[in-house]
Write a protein that binds this ligand. Sequence first.
Ligand SMILES: [Zn+2]
Length: 670
Amino acid sequence: MTLKASPEATAKLKRVIRDAFRRHFRAPPKLTLSEWADTYRKLSPEASAEPGQWYTDRVPYLRKPLDAAADPACEQAVFMFSSQSAKTEIILNALGYFCHQDPAPILAVEPRVEDCKALSKDRISPMLRDSPVLRGLVRDARTRDSGNTVLHKQFPGGHMTLAGANSAAGLSMRPIRVVLLDEVSRYPASAGTEGDPVSLAIKRTTTFWNRKVIMASSPAIEGACRITAAYEETDQQKFHIPCPACGEFQVLDWSRVQWVKDETDGRRRHRTSTARYHCLHCPAQWTDADRWGALTKGKWVADYPERTAEGRWGFWISQLYSPWKKLGELSVEFIDSRGNAEREKAFQNTVLGLPYRQKGEAPEWQRLYDRREEWPADRLPQGVVFLTAFTDVQKDRLETRVWGWGRGKCSWHIETRIMMGDTSRPDVWKELDELVGHSWRHESGGYLYLARHGIDSGYATNEVHAWAKGHTYNRAIVTKGDSRQSGAIGVVRVEQLTSMGKRAKAGRKVLPFNPNEFKEQFYRWLKLDAPVDGDAYPPGYVHLSKRVGDDEIKQLTAEQRVTVRSKGGFPKQEWQLVSGRRNEALDCRVGAHVMAVLHGIDSLTEAGWAKLEQSLDPKPVAKADDPPVSPAQSRGQPATSGPRYRSSTRDPASGDRNWLANDRNWMRDR
Ligand SMILES: [Zn+2]
């Protein structure tokens, strides 16, 4: 008799053996971060209003972001959170989890070293003390030979280092598997002189196949905000919650919060206690209780699900999802913020968790493109009374812009000249020689030379000075933009110019100016609307011809003024480049404006302009025989007195040399 098992029995036996084998040899499944925190994390009394066991369910939206921070499927986790949304708790729980469950070399980066010390003492140390599974792992920094300090802690299988984004040394020491970047929107542009602190920190992880990068922050200024840029690269998950009435899922948006406004005795009263959330899909108006109830049924939905599989996960949350904040409180904050740019920004960033767009600081380039004007390419428009130019020096090219100036400080973009060539070699400078000696034909028939030409000495300083030596002062005014320069437009007054002119005898000097006020004035002027029905152009109007391309206009509007807080807590204005834009056109425009101020544009009276306009002669050839203006004649006259201007409208075929000599003498004598 042979013993033969049925195929069914054989299959069953195999399954049993396989399962037993797996149970015995496979590592126990790792906990998710939320499971770990719900089991082991204890909140410390000095850091929490409700000390004791951590419960993830207290904050309905937090489970998935928390799990993402330790999920091996997620290589980069980005948290763009409003303030008071448990962002720091994600960082702390992740630190505890990696210490206990998945030891690794960890680097946590805060904006400044001081922030690291505060985080270590006020949050990390209490967590290590009060969570029993962590207590034995990290030895107290105060005990002798613990090997631990406030900023560096060792545990079996790994270590935890804290570094300030302002210190390159802290960011570039050891290989790191887990990088936690906290409050990235407040990081400086460069860690010392070493460059982008985020790149420096992430560079430490390149040797680990299972590396993890966690970034968390509330946003800052649009276009210059690290967390917004990082979030946009991820799958962009948003928390959708269902309407208690119609059941439709939706992302909460501030514009749907409304409250009753009374108009009594001409005064408007906001009854913020009536604030309700208006459903996107039905007429339901949710109370705070409705909203909080719906939060527990919410789900995270990715806008770009294909990126989820690539391990780039991003989560955005605003205080509208807060289980603590009432809509009434948020509307009070909103009403208080209105009309104050600083507070409007704070509301947008810290309450709504969105980047702040500064109104009107960077004029919309498209609007400027659309309102361009038509004028002949070979003639300067009638309104142009004098020309200035400015050259920006780059490694591989010179970029010059020529601007025309007229009554009411209106200006015309005349020419963009990009001269390609290595600026450490002479060839490209010869092209600039030609340009500064060039004349432009005016609508009225005469010719205009550059009244003044400035050149930036910030790059290739020696070459710039060497080139300037071969030219008269007004054709090669060597400048240096310096935003610390006190004063702005007032700084380049004629008195200073005089001393510069005198110094020019002994050797070239640099004219400093503060670009910030010029940018601000230029952007104010760019916002002016073109007149309708043949009215005059408003003072300061910036004329752009149809030949100016979109790239040039994008460059002109490449920067925006933002308010930043200095160390003392005082708000400070700073200019920042809109990401992805170049700004040579803007720098050249600012320089050309400085040249116009040197030429006296700010001190001209109506009579002065009229005189200049009359001096535009339709028959420049006849004028060529006029005797040059003697230095004595113009002594004591304003910088843009008539005769001087007339001398600069001379026909290019005659008298240019005289004009140059005269201008130089005039400078010396003043
Ligand atoms: Zn509804």
